[in-house]
Design a protein around this ligand. Sequence first.
Ligand SMILES: [Ca+2]
Length: 461
Amino acid sequence: MKKPNLLFIFADQWRRESIGFMEKEKVITPNIDNFAKNNAIFEKAYSTCPLCSPSRATILTGKYPIAHNVITNCKPNLFNNFLSPNEITIGDILKNNNYSTGYIGKWHLDQPDIDFSKNPISKAKNWDAYTPPGPKRHGFDFWYSYGADDNHLSPHYWQDSHEQIKVNEWSVKHETDIALDFLNKNKENQFALFLSWNPPHTPLDLIPQKYVDLYDNVDIPIRDNVKLDSIIDHPQTIEPFSLKETEYIQMVKKYYGAISGIDEYFGKIITYLKDNNLYDNTLIILTADHGEMLCSHGLWSKHVWYEESISVPFILSLGDQFKNINIKTPLSGVDIVPTILSLLNIKTDYSFHGIDLSPTLKGEILNNKAITMCYTGNPKIINNLKLQNKNPLEFGWRAVSDEEYTYVAFKNYNGNEKLKEFIYEAKDILQLNPLPVSEKNEYLKIYLQNWAVKYNDLIFN
Ligand SMILES: [Ca+2]
């Protein structure tokens, strides 16, 4: 019998609670709700690093950022910070196992083209890159992708030449059409497709209005940890700004609208798979690279240890094998490759930093912990630390979560403060009441210290 196919769909900056069935936020997602109701939900899924490139590299390699070396976003003048052709990704492994492989949408794992030429023939600007056929595509044979660009209503892509393909429609719609075409051409094959949607990533104005209009008469409650005066990101790289409540609610409606749009196209894909007898033998995963703060704790975007930033949706189906299952064991980005390979019955000699969580789908409880982290990629901060003869990799934060607590170790990026520690109880959902490290929870600190020794992480130096 054919091994199961794989369809891995992930969005960008989509936090775990921004889905209808979670009943935490008023997001309209009927297709995803229906999918989740009939399948397996990992209730504690975490991004390994709440930032695009490191998270994506971890999803594909099953390794921590300190090992695959993508510790911050791929952007100009950071010459070693891209996914090396020598890394082994799930794409490489699936291709070697005779899968027809494809990658559609945002990649953001390559060195920007403007590092090589001021006017690249690919016409890639800023952080963007054309990844040519070869080892940098990591086993993905069909390619319809770009590096980093956020023009959701006028996206562009590259296939197998430097020629940029420009499109005038919402990126989620366009990429779904390309994905359906890939599925149609490969339905007789054993296929593995990664579909990487950019929304609900900012800018939130670049969304078809019809999705925002869905929320015209919806009362949007404001999360109790939201602060709208003096909003910054973490670490602070933007000037503080403020929002009126009405402005904030309008912004949240746009964020939710993007997710409703995603829901529509996710529904089309599921319908296609069912109509073409592909649903039963396809492992489908729906997740995100990281979350979005949306002004919780007065913070914008991500790169911080709070749940809104590190938590992601993670819903999985394989025919009707895993029905109505809610898994409480934490899952982190490093666990994704070993779990997928196990569910596809693929054995490999490569080792990963995460574990195979597939036994949890059959009711086993595994003692897994999710480790999350951020380093600095800000050139000003890096230069400042180097002027102090300090290694930038010693700074930032590392965290570990289990079902009861999250422990955070934070060394401020300015280089002259001691390590700070925070403990959050899982039941303190808004994380407004950090606890001191105590006898009850210090096992997590010890766990993280052992992790740092094992993987040569420098946060406790
Ligand atoms: Ca991202």
